[in-house]
Design a protein around this ligand. Structure first.
Ligand SMILES: Cc1cc2nc3c(=O)[nH]c(=O)nc-3n(C[C@H](O)[C@H](O)[C@H](O)COP(=O)(O)OP(=O)(O)OC[C@H]3O[C@@H](n4cnc5c(N)ncnc54)[C@H](O)[C@@H]3O)c2cc1C
Length: 463
């Protein structure tokens, strides 16, 4: 039998299992059927219910405009799948091609797509995280619980962490006229994603909307009352604040622990793959039948010196799912590389923030058009003399122009494409927080001396 016959047979009668039944998983399933895959399709997900959309959870759901249950993802087509929901996968056996489920079932596959995403990083003290009034926001249930707590009219909300999710939640609190304190270890909000220049703009925006923003501080303790309700937070500078609700917005943890013994390159940084979304094994060798998509994937991007990049972006999850699905049913020569330029959006304090490219891949930033004080501008990011990213505040229509500059490695700083050039358009250092805030420790060690013996062993330190 030729390899073309084998592929044809797989497309007709093969078994595909998708682990992680959310945005990337659903879109990949739809794309597989669009590609003519008629074999069996199994969707494994640890959440119950239909796949739903997460961006509204920190936006429309918290304002009360959209009920948490109203976020179900629209279906693009029938996927004719078997759904195994409410039970997590807890192992992947590549010797026998089986996914193990936590309830003991084993699901065989010919090809598997892993799209297990990210979960919210919980507050680091379990008893404090369990206090009534302490929330994270990743799932529909989380958002529903927080929405109800906001609707009850708390005297104050404390948001811990001023990344995108924390900042959006603070914005909703102000919209609902709820006093809110935001505590951030870095010098400004959004600084880890967009650098200090834009971070300062975000800080001004928060303060102008009445947020009690405290940067460069660490929350050390969440204190409960006799009824087990959160009522006070302690900071590392010795100060305290009284609040009824605390939202822990400290980013995510990639859901890879279940792959611990799989032999895949899976760890706290995600699951490494090639641009065709094929997973790498622990030694960095490409696998054949294991694909990855969405927030859990760590994919090289040629534009960014082939560095492996993990993105928690909605558009990336959809596009990677499409590429992974296509490649699952294609011969090597017909496979697509996932080469898109990342995009992200956020809405906070009445401002539509959008980005294109990878702002952290930069050494300089310059405001290229518009006015920072008016919160209507575009800033371009540059790395060693070429454009690598751009962020817009209420000026998204220009981002396509910057996408083209990134794709063509255009020189940095780029000229202003409109007459509204800022008077002092000079590049300045981008100023991202140092490794103290970003390091996650060793994840692998190498053993053996002879090239035929040298192997990688995982050193698991999920935190
Ligand atoms: C509050 C919030 C706001 C956001 N806002 C924006 C925004 O404004 N713009 C933007 O671009 N992006 C935003 N995002 C990010 C966007 O939602 C994600 O990029 C997208 O959800 C990624 O989809 P995914 O399918 O890869 O992962 P997920 O949506 O995380 O889905 C992974 C699924 O796998 C399940 N799972 C995990 N482990 C297992 C296991 N072992 N077995 C079975 N199932 C498992 C999970 O429970 C989950 O259902 C936001 C995310 C959140 C949480």
């Amino acid at each position: 039998m030729t390899s073309a016959d084998t592929l044809k047979g797989f497309k007709r009668d093969g078994r595909v299992v998708i682990v992680g039944a959310s945005l990337a998983g659903l879109r990949a399933a739809e794309a597989l059927r669009d590609e003519g895959f008629t074999g069996s399709l199994t969707m494994i997900g640890d959440e119950l219910g239909e796949p739903y959309d997460r961006p509204p959870l920190s936006k429309q759901v918290l304002t009360g405009w959209v009920p948490a249950g109203g976020t179900t993802l629209p279906r693009r087509r029938d996927i004719n799948a078997e759904w195994l929901l409410g039970v997590p996968a807890d192992g992947l056996d590549l010797a026998t091609n089986h996914v193990h489920l936590a309830d003991g079932r084993e699901v065989p596959f010919d090809r598997v797509l892993i799209s297990t995403g990210v979960r919210a990083r919980p507050w680091f003290v379990e008893t404090e995280a369990a206090l009534d009034g302490v929330f994270v926001v990743r799932t529909r249930e989380h958002a529903d619980g927080l929405q109800q707590a906001l609707a009850a009219g708390p005297s104050r909300v404390l948001v811990i962490g001023a990344g995108f999710t924390g900042s959006e939640i603070a914005s909703i609190c102000r919209e609902r006229d709820i006093p809110v304190t935001v505590a951030e270890l870095a010098p400004a909000p959004l600084v880890g994603a967009l650098g200090a220049v834009i971070g300062d703009v975000a800080a001004d925006m928060q303060r102008a909307h009445g947020v009690d923003l405290r940067c460069g501080v660490k929350v050390t303790q969440l204190e409960g009352d006799a009824q087990g309700r959160f009522h006070r937070a302690h900071f590392d500078d010795g100060s305290t604040i009284d609040a009824d609700v605390a939202v822990v917005a400290l980013g995510g943890i990639r859901n890879t622990e279940w792959l611990r013994d799989s032999g895949l390159a899976a760890g706290p940084w995600g699951i490494a793959c090639d641009t065709g979304c094929r997973a790498l094994d622990l030694n960095g060798l490409i696998t054949d039948d294991i694909f990855v998509a969405g927030d859990v994937a760590r994919c090289p991007n040629p534009i960014y010196e082939y560095r492996l990049i993990s993105l928690e972006h909605w558009v990336n999850a959809v596009e990677q799912a499409q590429v992974a699905a296509h490649n699952m049913v294609s011969a090597q020569a017909d496979r697509w590389p996932h080469l898109s330029i990342p995009t992200f959006w956020s809405i906070q304090f009445g401002v539509n923030i959008k980005s294109v490219g990878v702002p952290t891949f930069a050494d300089e930033v310059v405001v290229t058009q518009g006015s920072v004080p008016d919160h209507r501008f575009v800033a371009a990011y540059g790395y060693q003399g070429r454009v690598t990213a751009a962020v817009s505040f209420n000026n998204a229509k220009w981002l396509d122009h910057y996408r083209q500059l990134i794709e063509t490695a255009a020189p940095f700083p780029p000229p202003c494409p409109t007459p509204d050039e800022p008077v002092d358009a000079k590049p300045v250092p981008v100023d991202f927080p140092g490794p103290r805030l970003l390091a996650q420790g060793a994840t692998v060690v190498v053993t053996g001396h002879d090239p035929s013996e040298r192997r990688v062993t995982a050193a698991w330190q999920h935190r």
